[in-house]
Structure formats: C-alpha cells, structure tokens
Design a protein around this ligand. Sequence first.
Ligand SMILES: [Zn+2]
Ligand SMILES: [Zn+2]
Length: 139
Amino acid sequence: MKCPKCAALLSPLTTADVILDKCHSCDGIWLDYGELKKLRESGTQGIEQELENQFGNPAAPMQNLDGYLRCPSCEDSGLRTIYVSYVKPVRVDRCPSCYGMWLEKNELDTLLLDKQQLDNIKVEKSLKDLLVGLVKKLR
Ligand SMILES: [Zn+2]
Ligand SMILES: [Zn+2]
C-alpha cells in the first residue's frame, strides 16, 4: 500500500496484536477498520513515541502535501475528514467505503491518551456514585 499523503510505501508493523501501516517518510499511520478500537481497548499508550524511538523521526516533507487524499486500500475512494470524539475531538481522514483511517503525526497517540482519560472519568464517576450512595445510606 502506498501512503495517501506522500506516496511512499507503507510498512506493516505489529503493535499490540494490530498490524498498522506506517509511513516512514511523513510519519502518518494507516489503520484498517476496527484497529483503532482494538488499540484503544488494549490500553497501549504512546505507540507513535515508541515507533519514533525505533525508526527515528522523518524530516518534514518538503512541499505542502495537504491535498485530496485517496484511500491506500481502495484507491478510487477519496478519504473524508471526520472528527473522532470521545473526550476531545481529533481530526482524522477516513475512507467512506472500507472505513480505514489515515492518522497524521501525533493523532494516534492523542486518540490513545483520550481513551485513558475517558476511562479515568468513568472511574471517577463510579467512585463518586459510590460515595454518594454511601452518604445517603449513612443519613
Ligand atoms: Zn507518507
Ligand atoms: Zn478504503
């Protein structure tokens, strides 16, 4: 598969039982449908940071590459910009036919961190409910 942004070849990498396709030239990541969910549920953090430690940080692309992105998997499908929002909205490009996702630099780590924050909020909320319940019982 080719990078939808800079046309370099994507390299498949396995992280937390998910094979993601990484562009070593512009630092983007392609995730097939369902892979983001798997990564978020695995609780893995800082995948991009880890990859950067392993492969280094590519030089910034020379020209402005923001154009019309095509799905690396379906090819004739154009990617659409959507906002994935749990705690804080993150802008990603998604393919409307295969639901694959193109994540630019830092977007994956942001989405993983967001999952952790969401879990923390849930825990805080259930603790709060528990305390409120206890206080009611004591009265
Ligand atoms: Zn690229
Ligand atoms: Zn597609």
